[in-house]
Each structure stands twice: as structure tokens, then as C-alpha cells.
Design a protein. Structure first.
Length: 179
């Protein structure tokens, strides 16, 4: 099987505007939501969210989160084989006094338009940086690859995890196509 290159993954990331965010509430129950994002690399994401949203309170209480970048449903022929990039992250609240807050919100406004001019003035909106160390890049049936980074924030490898389970899936799918 041919490994996907990092350029393919970056192109996938750049065509998306929102991510699925998985958080944990105070009782330990999972919560899943959606939010727009900007990314500075494959492992660093920023979200700008209201304190009124459940996921914001969850991130403040429990900073461990998981994010999912998912190929659009309308573009695929088989929903089970959608491309996706999943990352486990640590969330850090960026204070409004930090230069990163203003610089990042300028990028949000550039990307998402004039609505950000209004949202950034609202005191309940919070900026979080979601930082990951590795991810899982799935490009189809039996095509799952671990993506790691080095200390310089650049991905260092794309490796296929759990080779046997992926081969089993691929073999079973091939058998179903033949019969």
C-alpha cells in the first residue's frame, strides 16, 4: 500500500473550515460539538467559542479534548471510507492580553469575515489553542496512518498502525466485492 504524503494531508486540512470537538463534562460524560477553526500547522488549532456553549465550560474544566476533521459527506461514494484526521489535544485558554489573542483573531477575521469583528468584542467569547502531538489520518478502508511531529512542530512520519486489523478489514471488503 502506498503511504499518503504529508502534502495530501495538508491539502485536506486546508479545504476544511470546521471541526468536530469532543469534550468531557464535570460528570465525565462526553459531549460532541462543531466549531470553526484555524490551524497554524497539522498539530496546532485555534477555536473561538462562547462561554455559553457547553464545550467551552468543558474545556475550562477538563482541557483534554479530541478533534476530528472529516471529509464532506457529499463528496464521497461510501460513508464508511470517508477521509478523516483525528487528534487528541490539550486545550489552553489564550488570555485577551496576550499578543497571540489579537494576532489569531485577526487571522480568524481574515478567514471568516466581518462576523469576527462583532464576535471579538463580545466578552463571553474565548480563544483556545488546541495542541496535539500525534494524529491518525484515515484515507479509506484499511488505510489508517499515524502522523507524528518532532520538537520543531513538523510531522516526522506517517506510519500505518495495527497492520493486521487493517489487512483484515481490507481482505473482508475484497471478499464481499467478489461474492
Amino acid at each position: 500500500m502506498t503511504k499518503p504524503n504529508l502534502q495530501t494531508l495538508l491539502q485536506f486540512q486546508h479545504q476544511l473550515h470546521g471541526l468536530t470537538l469532543s469534550t468531557i463534562d464535570r460528570e465525565g460524560l462526553p459531549h460532541c460539538s462543531f466549531t470553526p477553526f484555524i490551524a497554524t500547522d497539522l498539530f496546532t488549532y485555534f477555536i473561538f467559542v462562547s462561554q455559553l456553549a457547553t464545550h467551552t465550560a468543558n474545556l475550562q474544566h477538563h482541557p483534554q479534548t479530541s478533534i476530528l476533521l472529516l471529509e464532506a459527506e457529499a463528496t464521497v461514494t461510501n460513508l464508511y471510507a470517508r477521509k478523516r484526521f483525528t487528534l487528541s489535544c490539550m486545550a489552553k485558554l489564550i488570555d485577551r492580553d496576550e499578543p497571540m489573542w489579537s494576532n489569531t483573531l485577526d487571522q480568524f477575521e481574515e478567514y471568516f469575515g466581518s462576523i469576527l469583528h462583532v464576535l471579538r468584542l463580545l466578552p463571553d467569547f474565548q480563544l483556545f489553542r488546541l495542541q496535539a502531538e500525534q494524529g491518525l489520518w484515515v484515507t479509506g478502508f484499511g488505510k489508517a496512518f499515524k502522523v507524528n511531529k518532532n520538537p520543531f512542530q513538523k510531522p516526522t512520519s506517517i506510519e500505518q498502525p495495527q497492520e493486521n486489523s487493517n489487512n483484515d478489514h481490507r481482505t473482508n471488503l475484497d471478499r464481499q466485492r467478489v461474492t
